[in-house]
Design a protein around this ligand. Structure first.
Ligand SMILES: [Fe+2]
Ligand SMILES: [Fe+2]
Length: 281
């Protein structure tokens, strides 16, 4: 057994049922009262449910071709976790929509886009796209678990949902990758799809943010622009840290567990007892 498999299989991938309170009222710009940071997370949340159903679909395309029982168990864990994420974010998206943000518009856009991807991309390329997005979400997750204080002034339900989501994203970060390596294995396609995926993701997020602010007829203040710059690109900025791990993805032979994030997910319940308390299974 190769070393990466040892590392990846040292923890169980277990879907957790969580009881989030998405009915409680939220501040319109819940992240530090900053419209640019808030709409970034709202756009991501709007993209998650359909995006995650697509990730499941792209892995399921290969499920019947896998006979390694450990990987099959991990695939089942991955599917269960992503399905729960989708449902939780759907409930959250309704709450954000109630604040007047056009979440249904984003969702409709995503549905159309994903139907198109399923028609145009072969199953190998679909899986490469999932691998790329899983790397992105695991890097985002690492940031949030390393610096949970950035969520201190955020709606408690969103904060708890993001922490739980982040833990599970790291737990299952290598599943789609291992299926890809086993069944597709094309290194150049893995890297090329990442480039296209990131350009298209950020263009889409920016467009969705623009739509949300446009519908609200809101123009962010200088304080918000500066705050957002620090949050995304500052010394410990979320995207700056993301770029670092993105660079590693382009190394030939890269595996997600080359980035050791075990200490972020081990005993997470002790660091986030209020999140762990919501688990019902
Ligand atoms: Fe997820
Ligand atoms: Fe994921």
């Amino acid at each position: 057994m190769t070393d990466y498999k040892n590392k990846a299989q040292s923890h169980e991938i277990r879907p957790r049922r969580m009881a989030f309170d998405t009915d409680s009222p939220m501040r319109r710009y819940t992240f530090d009262n900053n419209a640019l940071i808030s709409t970034f997370f709202y756009a991501l949340s709007a993209m998650f449910p359909d995006g995650e159903r697509f990730f499941i679909h792209s892995v399921r395309n290969y499920q019947k071709d896998i006979d390694d029982p450990q990987l099959l168990a991990q695939i089942r864990g991955f599917i269960g976790q992503e399905a729960h994420h989708g449902h939780s974010h759907e409930a959250l998206n309704e709450a954000i929509q109630a604040l007047g943000f056009p979440m249904d518009e984003v969702t409709a856009h995503m549905k159309k886009r994903i139907e198109m991807l399923k028609r145009v991309f072969g199953r190998g390329r679909q899986l490469a796209l999932t691998v790329a997005m899983e790397h992105f979400t695991a890097s985002l997750a690492e940031f949030l678990l390393k610096h949970p204080q950035v969520l201190d002034d955020t709606d408690p339900t969103i904060r708890k949902m993001l922490i739980w989501h982040a833990v599970e994203e790291i737990e299952h970060k290598a599943v789609a990758f291992d299926v890809y390596r086993l069944q597709v294995g094309r290194e150049f396609m893995r890297k090329r799809v990442m480039v296209v995926a990131m350009i298209s993701l950020f263009a889409r997020i920016a467009y969705f943010q623009y739509r949300m602010l446009r519908v609200q007829r809101y123009w962010p203040s200088l304080r918000e622009w500066l705050g957002a710059w620090r949050f995304f690109w500052g010394k410990q900025g979320i995207l700056r840290e993301n770029l670092r791990s993105l660079r590693l993805f382009f190394r030939t032979g890269f595996h997600p567990w080359d980035i050791d994030q075990h200490d972020l997910i081990e005993n997470w319940q002790e660091r986030h007892p209020d999140v762990a308390a919501l688990q019902s299974n």
